[in-house]
Design a protein around this ligand. Structure first.
Ligand code: SAM
Length: 374
């Protein structure tokens, strides 16, 4: 199949706007500021408390995350960090007036009507929805990120996810910045046909298409509500994205179809029991020499303090599969799935540290860049 021109010149639909009250906007600005505080000064204060306790207990540095967790567990700073992480995320969706769900609910009829109208006027090959698709159990029953009900059940779940990411993504301003950082890190090339592996609301694919108008852009996701938002944004941007509702484990594309498959925030959301099959399917649809690449957060080697914080997100943010993900032998699974090379390296541009004058910086997060070559 030959790639055809994709980018349209002019928007093909009216922009969909969710009306946000001033109170809503200030509340969500507060949530963003709170996250910045938690990831910066609070991490510094937590580390100070950690060092004080180690000193008080005789000075031996914790050998692993279990020992570090015992030190951190009853510090006020760590308890506050965990409370704030869990509950601010919960408030973000659920507060009766200022939460995302209430704001969308008040506009439900108009928002659903516009998403549906745009879907109806979309050429069928650009938005393939499959009402019969059986959602995998590992996905269907997990409210990732505390998005109650998950992202695939309610018609407005895609919009809730799109708004929610503004106060989740570690970008401090532009939630699409993380996609550009990934794309800049990949080997530069023409990439005639690309797939966004778990495209969600489609923002990464829109970002890619803007940077690479020559690429034929495909996006797959389990969630119809998310794909409808991705379609809406594509058409507002005058783009011809090819979106389809499929399970990444059973794609309907022919073998050797894509030059590049990229992913954002995906590996930690997949259970270990399915990872091998998912990788094998990605490898099947890649051309020989093609690239499967993305970023993911992980434990920072040899840093028990960071490991405790990173592990705590599994509980505070309902990241059900992230703890097993940290132990997943992804390199071996990638090779077993058919990739000829697997490169995993720290993704320095995503890693932020808390600076302390005259002392070593504290690394609260850790991201890797994964590149699998067929
Ligand atoms: C954490 S979100 C990431 C979304 C998007 N990549 C982004 O950058 O925001 C994970 C996405 O993967 C989708 N997903 C999870 N498992 C999937 C599967 N087996 N097949 C297709 N999509 C899947 C979810 O519906 C969700 O939209």
């Amino acid at each position: 199949m030959n790639a055809v021109p994709r980018a349209l010149d002019t928007p093909t639909t009216t922009p969909l706007v969710v009306h946000e009250s001033r109170d809503f906007r200030s509340y969500h600005a507060f949530l963003r500021a709170a996250r910045n505080f938690m990831e910066g000064p609070l991490v510094g204060a937590m580390h100070d408390a950690y060092e004080r306790r180690i000193h008080d207990q005789g000075g031996a540095a914790p050998a692993d995350w279990r020992a570090a967790e015992r030190v951190l567990d009853d510090t006020l700073e760590f308890q506050f960090y965990c409370w704030a992480y869990r509950n601010l995320q919960r408030f973000k969706y659920h507060r009766p007036t200022l939460g995302i769900f209430a704001t969308l609910e008040a506009q439900r009829a108009a928002l659903e009507a516009q998403l549906d109208a745009t879907a109806r006027e979309t050429p069928p090959e650009c938005l393939r929805l499959d009402p019969q698709l059986k959602l995998p159990e590992y996905f269907e029953f997990v409210p990732f990120h505390q998005h109650t009900g998950g992202v695939a059940k309610d018609a407005l779940d895609g919009l809730a996810y799109e708004i929610g990411r503004r106060t989740t993504v570690p970008s401090h301003g532009d939630p699409n910045g993380i996609y550009r950082i990934l794309f800049e890190a990949l080997p530069q090339g023409r990439y005639a046909r690309v797939l966004d592996w778990g495209t969600g609301h489609g923002a990464a694919l829109v970002t890619w298409q803007r940077l690479h108008p020559q690429s034929e852009c495909h996006g797959v996701d389990l969630s119809a509500p998310c794909l409808k938002v991705a379609n809406q944004r594509a058409r507002e941007n005058g783009m011809r994205l090819l979106l389809s509702q499929q399970d990444l484990e059973h794609l309907d594309y022919p073998d050797a179809h894509f030059d590049l498959i990229f992913f954002n925030f995906m590996l930690h959301e997949l259970p270990r029991s399915h990872t091998q099959a998912l990788l094998a399917e990605a490898c099947r649809v890649l051309k020989p020499g093609g690239l499967f690449a993305g970023h993911e957060f992980h434990l920072r080697p040899g840093d028990p303090f960071q490991n405790v914080l990173q592990r705590s997100h599994a509980y505070t943010n309902n990241e059900t599969y992230s703890i097993p993900w940290y132990d997943t032998p992804i390199e071996a699974l990638g090779r077993a799935a058919g990739f000829s090379s697997v490169t995993i390296e720290p993704f320095a541009r995503l890693n932020r540290s808390v600076q302390r004058p005259g002392r070593a910086p504290i690394n609260a997060n850790h991201w890797n860049l994964y590149q699998f070559r067929k």
